[in-house]
Design a protein around this ligand. Structure first.
Ligand code: ADP
Length: 186
C-alpha cells in the first residue's frame, strides 16, 4: 500500500494517517511533522523552514523532497507507506513518481482525498490553535494556507485523477466513520 492523503489543512490527514499506519503496519511519513521536528531541534533546515511555515507558505521543494527521499529509502518503507502533506504541488508529485521508480518501488496505489468544506476547516484550525498553539494556526495564516492549498495542492486531484488513482472520501463525521470510509477505498 502506497497511499497519499490529500486534503486541505485541518482535513484530518494527520489523524487518519496515524490510524492507517497502525492498521496496515506501515510508516506514516509527514513532511509537516518532520519540518516541525527540525524547527524544534533548531537545525539549520529548521531555521530556514520556520519563517516560511509560520507565514503559511510552502517550504522549498528541494527541502521537502530531500526529507521524503531519505525516509522512503529506509527499510520499513519498502513494503508500503502513508504520505501526509506530501506531495503538495505538481512538481513534488512528478519528483515522487520518478523517485519511486529510482528506488525500485511500485508507484502510488491510491490518492485519498479527504473532502471538507472551507468553513469547517477554518473552525477546526481555530479550535486546534487554542489547544496546541501552532504558530500557523492564526486566522489570517489559516486563510492563506487554504489559498495555497486550493492553488497548489488541489490540482493534484487532476494529476492523480489522470492516473485513475483518486478516491474522494467525505471528511465530515467521527474519526472511526472516516477511517472506515478510507479503508473501504484504499
Ligand atoms: P497542514 O496540513 O495543517 O497545513 P502540515 O503539517 O502538513 O499542516 O504543514 C505545515 C506547514 O509545513 C505547511 O504550511 C508548509 O509550510 C510546510 N510543509 C509541509 N509539507 C510541505 C510540502 N510537501 N511542501 C512544502 N511545504 C510543506
Amino acid at each position: 500500500m502506497r497511499i497519499i492523503l490529500l486534503g486541505a489543512p485541518g482535513s484530518g490527514k494527520g489523524t487518519q494517517g496515524e490510524k492507517l499506519a497502525a492498521h496496515y503496519g506501515i510508516p506514516k511519513i509527514s513532511t509537516g511533522d518532520a519540518l516541525r521536528a527540525a524547527v524544534k531541534a533548531g537545525t539549520e533546515l529548521g531555521r530556514k523552514a520556520k519563517a516560511v511555515m509560520d507565514a503559511g507558505q510552502l517550504v522549498a521543494n528541494e527541502i521537502v523532497i530531500g526529507i521524503v527521499e531519505e525516509r522512503l529509502g529506509q527499510d520499513d518503507a519498502k513494503k508500503g507507506f502513508i504520505l501526509d502533506g506530501f506531495p503538495r504541488n505538481t512538481a513534488q508529485a512528478e519528483v515522487l513518481d520518478a523517485m519511486l521508480i529510482r528506488l525500485g518501488q511500485p508507484g502510488i496505489s491510491r490518492a485519498v482525498h479527504l473532502a471538507v468544506a472551507d468553513e469547517e476547516i477554518i473552525a477546526r484550525l481555530l479550535d486546534r490553535a487554542q489547544k496546541e498553539g501552532r504558530e500557523d494556526d492564526k486566522e489570517d495564516v489559516i486563510r492563506h494556507r487554504i489559498k495555497v492549498y486550493n492553488a497548489e495542492t488541489h490540482p493534484l486531484l487532476d494529476y492523480y485523477g489522470r492516473q485513475g488513482k483518486v478516491a474522494t472520501v467525505d471528511g465530515i463525521g467521527t474519526m472511526e466513520e472516516i477511517f472506515a470510509r478510507i479503508v473501504a477505498v484504499a
